[in-house]
Design a protein. Structure first.
Length: 904
C-alpha cells in the first residue's frame, strides 16, 4: 500500500469505524500503531463541533453519497435514541412507538426498503420482517452511524432506500485506559413519573497496544403514559337504518375509542470486545453484543362500536361522511382493559481477522451470528365489560375530538360480560453470515485498487401464533342470556387531562377492572351454571383454561444468499481537477424455503338445498406444507466524483438495487372458504414473491468551504419495478370434485413506481463572529420527494406509502464548558396505507417536534447535562380520505432528563 493511499484509507476507516476524533491508520487500529502515528496527525476533538466535523469529513471523503452521525465523545451519542439522531440527516424520517424512534424512512422509502447493519453485519430482528427496530439498542453503546444513499458493489444488497451501518466502540481505536459513565433521571410529564438510566464503558490496551479489551453496559427504564382517540377506519358503504331510511355511498366511522395507556419500558444492553495484534500485519477482533428490551403496558379503554343495525339517525356532510350518529336498539358502551407483556432479545457474536499479506494485498475474513426473539410472555389480554344504553356521536364541529353523549354515571351495577381472550406472536430470527473481503492495490495508470469479496448468509425466521382456545374466550358473549358481572370488580379510572393538548371534548373518567379477576369471575361455578351448556363449557375450560396455546399453523422461512462482488477504483486528474470513479458489479443468488402446517383443503362438495353453493371438506389434522423459490440478480454500480474547484465536489451515481419481500410475507400458508362456486374466496401469503428492483440515479454538488461547514444540493430518481400490492388474484384450485376458480387475496409483484426528489443541506459554524458568538452554529436541511405508481384508484395514480417531504433546523452553541442545542424536525403529510375496496387511504398528518439538549463541563472529568424531547407536546394525527375523517389523535407528551457524565 503506497503512503498516499494508506493515508486516505486510514483516515476514512478511522472516521467510519469509530468516529471518536482520534485519527488512526486502519492497520494501526488493527496492525501498526507506530506507522499510524508517522502518517497521520492525531486530532482529538470532542463535543458537538467535533462530532459535526467528523461527520462532514466522512461525507467528503466517501466514494458514495453518504451522511453520518458520530458520537460527541465516548458514550455520548447526540440523542437518546439512534433513530432520533438519524432523523437529523437529510432525507431521513422516522416512525415512533410510544414517543420513541423505532424505524426509519429514507428518501420516501419505508423501513422494509432499508438495510441496517451493525459493524457491517446483518442483524436478526424482531420486527417480523427485515426492518430493524432501533429502539432495542441503547444509544450509549453506539459510536456512529452512516447512511449510504447510493449503492456500491461492496455494500450488502437489500436496500432500495439506503444502507445504514451502525458502529460500536473497539479498544485499539481508543488506546490506553478509558472509562466513562453516566447516570440520569428521566421525567415523563404525561405519567408524572421519574425513571433512572445509567451507562458505562471501560477499555484498556496492553502489551504496547497489541491487545485490547472493552466492555460497555447500558440500562434504562421509562415509565410513561400516552392518550389516544381512535377510529379504526371509515367504511365506504350503503346504510339502511332500522326505520327504513337509506343512505347510499357514505363514509361510516366504525368506532370511537378513548385509550389511556400506561407503559413501562426497560432496556439493558452490553458490548464486549477483544482485539489482538499478534503480528504487525494481522489483527483479530472478537466481539459480542447483547440487548434485552421489555415492554409492558396496560390500556384502559372507553369504547363504542357502531353497528349498522342499531343506528337510529345519521347526519352527513358534503363529502358524505357521517359526522353525527345516534345508536339505540340494544346498544352499549364498553369498558375494556388490554394488557400486554413483550420481551425482545438480541444476541450477536462476531470474529474478524484482518491480514495484510504484503504491501499491495490485504484480506479481511468475518464470521458473525445473531439471534433475535420476541416473546409475548402471557400475551395481550383483552377483557370487556358492557353497559347497555343508547348513545350519540357528534363530529360536526370540526374539532379533532368528537362529542360523545352516553350513560356516564360510572355505576358498577348492571354491567355484562362482553368477551375476553389472550393472543400473541412469538418470533425467532437467526442469521449466520460469513464474508471474505480483499483489496489489491494496483497503482497501474488510472486503476488504483480492486476490491473483491464473497458472502454466504443463512437466515431462518420463524413465527408462531398463540391464543386462547375457541370458544372459551367468547362463550360469554354467545350465551342466550347476558352474564351480569359482580359490581365489586369495578373501580373508577381517572383519566384526568385525557388528550389535554387537543381540541374537542373527552370523557375524563370511566370504569376499570382487573383482567385476571374478570377471568376468575366468568369462569366461576356461579357463572358456569348460567351458561346454555354448563357441562360442555366446564369441559372446555378444564381442557384449555384461559391461557394461550400455540397454534399449529406456525411457519418458518429459511433464506440463503451466495454473493460475490468486485469494485474497480480509478482516480486521476482532469485539467487539475482530481476525480475518482468506482465501478462495480455484485452477483447474488437467493434461495428460500418456506414451510408450515395448515388444515388442508381436501375437496369441495355441493351444499344441500343451495344451488351453486359448495362447502369445504378439510383435513382433521394439520398437514405440513412447503414451498421453495430461487432467483439471482446482477447488480451493477457506478459512483464518480470530481473536485471541480478546491473543496467543491460534484458526484454522479448509478446503481441497480433490490429489496427482498418481508419474511412474514413469504409464509406458505393459505386458506380457502366455501360459498357460491362463482365467487369463491381465499387468502394467504406468497412464498414465490420476487424482489423489488430499482434503477437509481443520483447527482449532487457539495461545497466544503471551511472546517465543519458545508452546503450541498442533490437530485435523485428511483425507477422501481415489482412493487408489492395485496390483490385478489385468480387461482385455479384442483380437488377430486373438479377445478374451481378462486379469488385469493395475497401479496403479488405487480406495480411499478418512480420516485424523484431533491435534497438541500447546509451546516455552518459561525467561527468568524466575535466572542462569545463564535460558538454558534446551524444545520438546516430539507428533502422534497414525489412519486407515482401503477397502483391507482378512481382518483388517479397513488403516491407510495411513507413518501413525504421533511425538514430539519438545528441551532447549537458550544463555547468553552457550555453546550446547547435546539432541534426542530418536521415530516409532511404522507400516506400510511393504501386504499382498499371498502375504505379510503390512511394518512399521517404533518408532524413537527422540537427537542433540546445542553451541558456544562465542570472540569475535564465531570459534565452536567439536560435533555428535553417533544417539548412543545406535538400530537400525532391520522386521517382517512378527507381531513375531517380523523382516525387517530395521540398525545405522548414531553419528557425531560437531567444527568451527570464522568470521564476517568
Amino acid at each position: 500500500m503506497n503512503k498516499l493511499n494508506r493515508i486516505k484509507v486510514s483516515y476514512l476507516s478511522g472516521l467510519i469505524a469509530l468516529n471518536l476524533g482520534i485519527s488512526v491508520n486502519v492497520n494501526a487500529v488493527e496492525n501498526s500503531q507506530a506507522e499510524a502515528n508517522a502518517d497521520i496527525e492525531v486530532i482529538a476533538v470532542t463535543g458537538i463541533r467535533g462530532s459535526l466535523i467528523k461527520s462532514k469529513d466522512i461525507k467528503k471523503e466517501s466514494d458514495t453519497v453518504v451522511d453520518a452521525i458520530t458520537s460527541e465523545d465516548i458514550g455520548k451519542f447526540p440523542d437518546q435514541n439512534v433513530a432520533e439522531s438519524l432523523q437529523r440527516i437529510t432525507g431521513v424520517s422516522i416512525d415512533r412507538s410510544g414517543g420513541e424512534g423505532q424505524s426509519i424512512t429514507v428518501r420516501g422509502l419505508g423501513p422494509e426498503f432499508n438495510t441496517t447493519l451493525i459493524n457491517k453485519r446483518t442483524m436478526a430482528t424482531t420486527s417480523g420482517g427485515r426492518s430493524f427496530s432501533f429502539d432495542i439498542l441503547a444509544s450509549e453503546l453506539i459510536s456512529g452511524a452512516e447512511v449510504y444513499k447510493t449503492q456500491s458493489a461492496n455494500l450488502q444488497e437489500g436496500a432500495i432506500g439506503a444502507t445504514v451501518n451502525i458502529t460500536t466502540f473497539k479498544p485499539l481505536a481508543i488506546p490506553g485506559f478509558q472509562a466513562t459513565g453516566s447516570i440520569k433521571a428521566v421525567y415523563d410529564k404525561m405519567s408524572g413519573t421519574t425513571s433512572p438510566q445509567f451507562s458505562g464503558l471501560i477499555s484498556n490496551t496492553f502489551d504496547d497496544e497489541k491487545f485490547g479489551v472493552l466492555l460497555s453496559l447500558a440500562h434504562s427504564q421509562r415509565d410513561s403514559r400516552y392518550d389516544e382517540a381512535n377510529t379504526a377506519y371509515y367504511e365506504r358503504t350503503d346504510l339502511t337504518l332500522n326505520d327504513g331510511r337509506t343512505f347510499d355511498d357514505v363514509y361510516m366511522p366504525q368506532n370511537y375509542d378513548q385509550i389511556a395507556q400506561t407503559e413501562s419500558r426497560e432496556r439493558t444492553g452490553g458490548n464486549l470486545v477483544f482485539q489482538y495484534v499478534p503480528l504487525d500485519n494481522l489483527t483479530f477482533t472478537l466481539d459480542a453484543l447483547y440487548s434485552k428490551y421489555e415492554v409492558d403496558y396496560r390500556q384502559d379503554i372507553l369504547a363504542h362500536w357502531f353497528e349498522e343495525n342499531k343506528l337510529t339517525d345519521v347526519t352527513l356532510d358534503n363529502n358524505r361522511t357521517v359526522v353525527q350518529l345516534s345508536m339505540g336498539n340494544g346498544s352499549h358502551s364498553d369498558f375494556m382493559v388490554r394488557q400486554s407483556q413483550t420481551e425482545n432479545q438480541l444476541t450477536a457474536f462476531g470474529f474478524n481477522a484482518d491480514w495484510d499479506l504484503n504491501d499491495t494485498v490485504s484480506l479481511a475474513a468475518d464470521i458473525s451470528y445473531s439471534q433475535a426473539s420476541s416473546d409475548p410472555l402471557g400475551g395481550m389480554t383483552d377483557t370487556v365489560a358492557a353497559r347497555p344504553g343508547d348513545y350519540s356521536y357528534d363530529r360536526s364541529s370540526g374539532a379533532l375530538l368528537p362529542t360523545m353523549t352516553f350513560n356516564a354515571n360510572n355505576s358498577s351495577n348492571g354491567l355484562t360480560a362482553g368477551w375476553g381472550g389472550r393472543d400473541g406472536t412469538k418470533i425467532d430470527d437467526e442469521v449466520l453470515e460469513v464474508k471474505l473481503d480483499g483489496e489489491w492495490i494496483v497503482d497501474n495508470g488510472a486503476l488504483a485498487t480492486i476490491n473483491f469479496g464473497v458472502l454466504y448468509s443463512d437466515r431462518t425466521f420463524g413465527s408462531t401464533d398463540y391464543s386462547t382456545k375457541s370458544p372459551v374466550p367468547v362463550i360469554w358473549g354467545d350465551n342466550s342470556s347476558p352474564i351480569y358481572l359482580d359490581p365489586n370488580l369495578f373501580s373508577n379510572f381517572d383519566a384526568d387531562g385525557f388528550l389535554s393538548g387537543s381540541d374537542g371534548a373527552s370523557a375524563q373518567n370511566w370504569l376499570t377492572f382487573n383482567s385476571e379477576a374478570w377471568f376468575d369471575y366468568v369462569t366461576s361455578d356461579k357463572v358456569m351454571a348460567q351458561l346454555d351448556d354448563p357441562a360442555a363449557s366446564r369441559a372446555l375450560l378444564a381442557q384449555y383454561g384461559t391461557q394461550m396455546h400455540a397454534s399449529p399453523t406456525a411457519y418458518e422461512v429459511n433464506e440463503t444468499l451466495d454473493a460475490l462482488y468486485a469494485d474497480f477504483h480509478f482516480d486521476g486528474d482532469l485539467y487539475d481537477m482530481p476525480w475518482k470513479v468506482v465501478a462495480g458489479l455484485r452477483y447474488v443468488e437467493t434461495t428460500s424455503k418456506s414451510k408450515g402446517n395448515q388444515i388442508a383443503l381436501l375437496d369441495l362438495v355441493p351444499a344441500p338445498n343451495e344451488d351453486g353453493v359448495v362447502r369445504v371438506v378439510e383435513s382433521e389434522d394439520y398437514l405440513p406444507i412447503e414451498a421453495s423459490n430461487n432467483y439471482d440478480n446482477w447488480l451493477p454500480s457506478l459512483n464518480a466524483n470530481i473536485e471541480v474547484i478546491e473543496d467543491v465536489i460534484a458526484r454522479v451515481a448509478y446503481s441497480k438495487s433490490i429489496t427482498r419481500p418481508e419474511l412474514d410475507e413469504m409464509s406458505p400458508l393459505s386458506s380457502y372458504s366455501g360459498g357460491h362456486q362463482n365467487s369463491l374466496k381465499g387468502e394467504g401469503a406468497n412464498p414465490m414473491l420476487m424482489p423489488f428492483t430499482s434503477n437509481n440515479f443520483d447527482l449532487s454538488l457539495e461545497w466544503y468551504y471551511q472546517e465543519g461547514s458545508y452546503a450541498s444540493v442533490a437530485a435523485f430518481r428511483k425507477d422501481i419495478s415489482g412493487y408489492l400490492e395485496t390483490e385478489e388474484v385468480q387461482e385455479i384450485v384442483s380437488v377430486p370434485s373438479g377445478d374451481y376458480d378462486y379469488k385469493v387475496t395475497r401479496p403479488v409483484n405487480q406495480n411499478d413506481a418512480q420516485i424523484t426528489g431533491y435534497e438541500f443541506a447546509i451546516q455552518h459554524m459561525f467561527t468568524s463572529l466575535p466572542e462569545p458568538l463564535d460558538g454558534l452554529g446551524v444545520i438546516a436541511n430539507m428533502t422534497i420527494v414525489d412519486s407515482d405508481s401503477s397502483s391507482s384508484t378512481s382518483g388517479g395514480l397513488l403516491p407510495l406509502v411513507g413518501l413525504g417531504d421533511s425538514q430539519n433546523l438545528i441551532l447549537f452553541y458550544e463555547k468553552d464548558a457550555a453546550q446547547f442545542r435546539i432541534a426542530y424536525n418536521n415530516r409532511s403529510r404522507f400516506m400510511q396505507s393504501k386504499p382498499l375496496s371498502w375504505r379510503g387511504a390512511h394518512y399521517v398528518e404533518d408532524y413537527a417536534q422540537v427537542d433540546i439538549s445542553g451541558s456544562y463541563d465542570f472540569n475535564e472529568n465531570l459534565t452536567l447535562f439536560i435533555e428535553g424531547i417533544n417539548i412543545t407536546n406535538e400530537l400525532t394525527v391520522k386521517t382517512a380520505e378527507y381531513s375531517n375523517q380523523v382516525l387517530e389523535v395521540t398525545e405522548t407528551g414531553p419528557r425531560y432528563s437531567l444527568g451527570i457524565r464522568g470521564v476517568f
